[in-house]
Design a protein around this ligand. Structure first.
Ligand SMILES: [Fe+2]
Length: 463
C-alpha cells in the first residue's frame, strides 16, 4: 500500500505511480492542459493501478463528448476487473464511475459524498462531486458537500486552496456573495493558478455589477490564467460580459475574435461562451457578421448524441441563429427521443430534458422563427424549471433575456415592464436592464417612472 500527499492509501505497485496520480490530479484541480498527459505517466508507472483507471474514466466522462464516453466505459471495465484487490474507498470510486456510465449522476454524486464522510481529504472525490452537483443545478447539495468537509481542511493540508475555491464557488451560486468573495480571493492568494477560485470572484463581481473591478480582476490575473487550459477562455468571456453591460460592444466582439472564440472549437465550454454571447447580440439587434457560421458548423456535428441538456441548448442557439433550421429540428427531435427512450429516474438527465431542456430548446427554435408569442408561452413556465440544467446563474441568464426580448418584440409592454421590474430588483446594477425598463415604462405611458429609470441607466453606464 502506498499513500498520496494527504495520507490516503492507494492500491498501486509503486510510490512513483501514486506520485504521478497526485500530479495529474493537481493539474486537473488547476484546470491545466496537461492532466491527461500526466495521467499517462500513471499508466506507465502502473498500468493496473485501479485509481489510475478510475481517473482515466472521470477525465473521459467530464467533457461530455460522445467520442470520449466510449473510453470512459472502457476505463470502467478495466477498473472493475481490478476492483477485487481494492480498498473500500477505491471500490466506491469504481461504483461512482459505473453509475456515471449508466447515466445515474445523482447516485454517483451520493457515492462521492459518502466517500467524503470517511475520507474528507479525498480531493478527487470532493472536486468531482462539486463539479457534478453544479452540473445538475443541485446547489444545496453543492453547498453542503463542501461545508461538510471544511472543518477537516486547513492551510497545512496540501491542496487546501483548491478546496477553499470550491467552497467559495458553492457559496457564490447560493448567493452568499460576501463570503464567496473573501474565500475566493484568499484561494487565489494561496495559488494564482487556481482559476476556479478566480472564476468564483469573477462571478461575485458580475452578480454585483462591479464592472470596472470585474474587468480589472481578470486583467490582473491574465498572465497566470493564460497558462491554464480551455477554462481560461471562459474567464475572457466573463470579462466580455462586463464590456457588454457597459455597452462596449466593439470590445466584446474583439475579445470574441481574439480570446474566447479565436478558432472553431469542439469544447462545450467554448461553444457555450460563443453561442450565448452571440445570442445576447442578436437580442440587442447588433449585427455579428458571419460569426454564427463557425459555431453552427461545429454544432452540426453534435446533433445526434445527447449527453447534457445545457450544452444542447447552446447548440440549439447556434443552429437556429446560424440558419440551420433542419439541423436544429433534428436536434430537437433527438432530445425528445432521448427523453422518451429513458423513462423513469435512472438516467438523471432524461428528466431534465423533459422538464427544461426540451421546452427551452423549443423556445429557442421559436425565437429563431421570430414567433415571440410562443417564446413567451413556453418560457413563462420553463424559466422556473431551468435550475437543473446546471451551469451558472450568469449562463442561464441568456434564456431569461430571451423571454424579456420576446415580450418587447411581441409588443407585450405590460409583461416587459413586469419582467424588467423584477430584473432591476434582482440585479439593480445593470445599466442596460434599467434602460430596457425605462423603454417599457415609456411604452406603458408611465413617463415619470421611465425618466427615473433612464437616469439610473445613464448613471450605471457612465460608471
Ligand atoms: Fe462562469
Amino acid at each position: 500500500m502506498y499513500y498520496d500527499k494527504r495520507g490516503l492509501a492507494f492500491t498501486a505497485s509503486s510510490q512513483a505511480a501514486v506520485d504521478a496520480f497526485d500530479d495529474s490530479v493537481d493539474e486537473f484541480l488547476a484546470a491545466g492542459r496537461d492532466a491527461a498527459t500526466l495521467l499517462k505517466r500513471v499508466s506507465e508507472a502502473d498500468p493496473d493501478m485501479i485509481m489510475g483507471q478510475v481517473l482515466r474514466g472521470y477525465f473521459n466522462m467530464l467533457p461530455a463528448h460522445a467520442h470520449l464516453v466510449a473510453q470512459g466505459h472502457e476505463a470502467l471495465s478495466r477498473a472493475e476487473a481490478l476492483a477485487g484487490d481494492a480498498t473500500e474507498r477505491e471500490r466506491k470510486h469504481v461504483e461512482a464511475l459505473a453509475a456515471w456510465c449508466a447515466g445515474d449522476i445523482r447516485r454517483m454524486n451520493t457515492i462521492w459524498d459518502s466517500i467524503l464522510i470517511d475520507d474528507p481529504h479525498d480531493i478527487l472525490a470532493l472536486r468531482v462531486a462539486h463539479t457534478m452537483h453544479f452540473f445538475l443545478g443541485d446547489l444545496a447539495q453543492m453547498r453542503d458537500s463542501m461545508a461538510g468537509v471544511m472543518p477537516r481542511w486547513d492551510e497545512s493540508v496540501p491542496g487546501y486552496g483548491y478546496v477553499l475555491g470550491c467552497r467559495a464557488f458553492s457559496l457564490e451560486e447560493n448567493h452568499d456573495l460576501a463570503r464567496a468573495e473573501s474565500m475566493g480571493k484568499r484561494a487565489v492568494e494561496i495559488n494564482e493558478d487556481d482559476i476556479w477560485a478566480g472564476h468564483c470572484v469573477g462571478h461575485v463581481l458580475e452578480a454585483q455589477g462591479r464592472r470596472q473591478e470585474g474587468i480589472a480582476w481578470v486583467d490582473a490575473h491574465e498572465p497566470a490564467w493564460q497558462k491554464r487550459g480551455i477554462f481560461a477562455r471562459h474567464m475572457w468571456w466573463h470579462r466580455a460580459l462586463h464590456y457588454l453591460e457597459l455597452e462596449r460592444f466593439d470590445d466584446v466582439l474583439d475579445a470574441y475574435d481574439r480570446q474566447y472564440w479565436p478558432e472553431p472549437s469542439e469544447d462545450n465550454i467554448d461553444i457555450g461562451n460563443a453561442s450565448s454571447m452571440l445570442m445576447r447580440f442578436d437580442m440587442l439587434g447588433i449585427d455579428v457578421g458571419d460569426r454564427w457560421d463557425s459555431v453552427a458548423d461545429v454544432c452540426t456535428g453534435k446533433v445526434a448524441t445527447r449527453l447534457r441538456p445545457f450544452n444542447d441548448l447552446h447548440y440549439m442557439m447556434a443552429l437556429t441563429m446560424g440558419g440551420r433550421r433542419v439541423e436544429a429540428q433534428a436536434l430537437l427531435d433527438s432530445m425528445r427521443a432521448f427523453a422518451d427512450e429513458h423513462p423513469g429516474g435512472s438516467v438523471s438527465v432524461a428528466q431534465i430534458y423533459r422538464d427544461a431542456g426540451i421546452p427551452v430548446a423549443e423556445a429557442i427554435f421559436a425565437h429563431g422563427a421570430k414567433d415571440y408569442a410562443r417564446v413567451i408561452d413556453i418560457m413563462m413556465q420553463a424559466r422556473y424549471r431551468m435550475l437543473p440544467l446546471g451551469g451558472s446563474w450568469a449562463q442561464r441568464d441568456v434564456w431569461e433575456r430571451m423571454l424579456i426580448n420576446a415580450a418587447i418584440k411581441d409588443g407585450r409592454h405590460d409583461l416587459a415592464r413586469v419582467l424588467l421590474a423584477e430584473r432591476t430588483d434582482m440585479a439593480p446594477t445593470s445599466g442596460p436592464s434599467w434602460a430596457m425598463y425605462a423603454d417599457a415604462l415609456t411604452n406603458c405611458g408611465e413617463g415619470d417612472a421611465a425618466q427615473t429609470a433612464r437616469a439610473r441607466a445613464a448613471e450605471l453606464l457612465a460608471a
